[in-house]
Write a protein that binds this ligand. Structure first.
Ligand SMILES: Cc1cc2nc3c(=O)[nH]c(=O)nc-3n(C[C@H](O)[C@H](O)[C@H](O)COP(=O)(O)OP(=O)(O)OC[C@H]3O[C@@H](n4cnc5c(N)ncnc54)[C@H](O)[C@@H]3O)c2cc1C
Length: 386
């Protein structure tokens, strides 16, 4: 290993200060590396996938049980970080999962969730209807209540992680970085937007939806950015039934859908999203104006499942993007042509919650203390994309 200027620790440059990059930089710094973290527009900026107000944290993950263990670790690390920083970023609301007769997605996770010490109860739909009369459970045959689930204050967490990183002695710079050329199995220093070069022993690219275009030549198809809309509907005056405290986070997987939402919180309204990936999107130049069709579809959904909100006004909306890997598993691996370069991303609509855990894993990989899990390797992406 090439040594840094201290003579002991590697110099690492991390590009991107979203959920993946911020946490990776913090863990690397805490492990003793000399770390420079770069971001074009700053942590949790409006274009970043981590830039919305809130993100759900949950452990029901279908058959992809690798995530259950990571969620367990993430819960612990979020709580530890909150204690250290004297901040509240995680809100434990619980999550209500709604299915028609097909609840295989929940059932597949239950043994791993129990083994991880997390709690999910199956609820009788009639019991769920009496506990949450503000939801119309028509067509719902299976209901689960996940106790530790909730939501995280996303963009604020990104800022807090970078603050912690800087306090730990890391260097943060708001600059765009271009990967150096790959020659003889290694990547040359980064070229920064101010014209300077940044040389490090390892480069870690945590560029979210930009990963696809940054590595379009050497890793085609690794990440695709898709347009996603999120709506915040205004709850009625003097009606607290749709706010935190009265309603948990909810996920509706009935009839092949994956609608989800967060009860009114942070004075931002009742949040509704559809997990179905949208059209290709340019995260740099794309206009972020919500579509009339998307708003209409969300209203139709509300009218069916949350009838009292059928006429609720839209009070805010976000146009964001997923950074989709071909199989929607994360990417954490060394660049196949450059031994000194790593990629971490591909959160695919579910990456925020795991920031602390994936950052810890990424730091261990970059420091060669462990190898990435097979599910996150680039080799599996190449076979899925092909
Ligand atoms: C609508 C929506 C809902 C979601 N819901 C959830 C949820 O409920 N729960 C959950 O866990 N996850 C959710 N996700 C997914 C989650 O938000 C993302 O997977 C996660 O935030 C991705 O983090 P990231 O660090 O990889 O990318 P980003 O947050 O996009 O960060 C990448 C950063 O890299 C910087 N950058 C890019 N290129 C360069 C460059 N060349 N030089 C310097 N800096 C650069 C950017 O400015 C950006 O800040 C959702 C995503 C969306 C869009």
């Amino acid at each position: 290993m090439k040594r840094g200027s201290s003579g002991h620790q590697p110099r690492v440059a991390v590009v991107g200060a979203g959920a993946f990059g911020g946490w990776t930089a913090l863990h690397l710094r805490r492990a003793g590396a000399e770390v420079t973290l770069l971001d074009t527009w700053g942590p949790g900026n409006s274009r970043a996938s981590s830039g919305d107000e809130t993100r759900v944290i949950r452990s029901i993950y279908g058959p992809d049980v690798i995530y259950v263990g990571l969620v367990r670790r993430a819960f612990d690390l979020w709580r530890e970080f909150e204690r250290e920083r004297e901040l509240q970023l995680y809100r434990r609301t619980g999550a209500l999962w709604m299915f028609d007769a097909d609840d295989a997605y929940a059932r597949a996770s239950l043994p791993a969730i129990a083994a991880a010490g997390l709690r999910v109860d199956a609820l009788d739909p009639a019991e769920a209807a009496s506990r949450f009369p503000q939801i119309d459970l028509d067509g719902i045959e299976r209901v689960y209540y996940e106790h530790e689930a909730g939501y995280l204050l996303a963009r604020r967490a990104c800022e807090a992680v970078v603050d912690a990183f800087v306090e730990a002695g890391g260097e943060y710079r708001q600059l765009a970085a271009t990967p150096g050329r790959i020659e003889s199995g290694a990547m040359a220093p980064l070229v920064l937007a101010d014209g300077s070069r940044l040389e490090a022993d390892r480069y870690v690219y945590c560029c979210g939806p930009w990963l696809g275009t940054l590595f379009a030549d050497s890793l085609p198809g690794v990440v695709r950015a898709t347009r996603q809309e999120i709506y915040y509907f205004g709850t009625p005056p003097d009606d607290r039934r749709f706010e935190e405290g009265a309603l948990p986070v909810w996920v509706d997987m009935s009839a092949g859908s994956f609608y989800y939402g967060i009860p009114g919180s942070e004075r931002r309204g009742f949040k509704v999203g559809d997990d179905e990936p949208g059209a290709e999107f340019d995260p740099t130049r794309g206009e972020r104006i919500p579509s009339a069709n998307g708003i209409e579809a969300a209203r139709r959904y509300l009218a069916r499942r949350f009838p009292a909100l059928a006429r609720a006004p839209l009070v805010e909306a976000r146009v964001c993007q997923y950074e989709l890997s071909p199989d929607r598993n994360y990417i954490l691996d060394r660049h196949p042509q450059a031994a000194n370069a790593w990629l971490a991303g591909g959160g695919s609509g579910h990456g925020f919650k795991l920031g602390p855990a994936i950052g810890a894993l990424a730091a261990d990989c970059v420091l060669e203390r462990t190898a990435p899990p097979r599910e996150f390797t680039l080799a599996r992406v190449a076979s899925a994309a092909g």
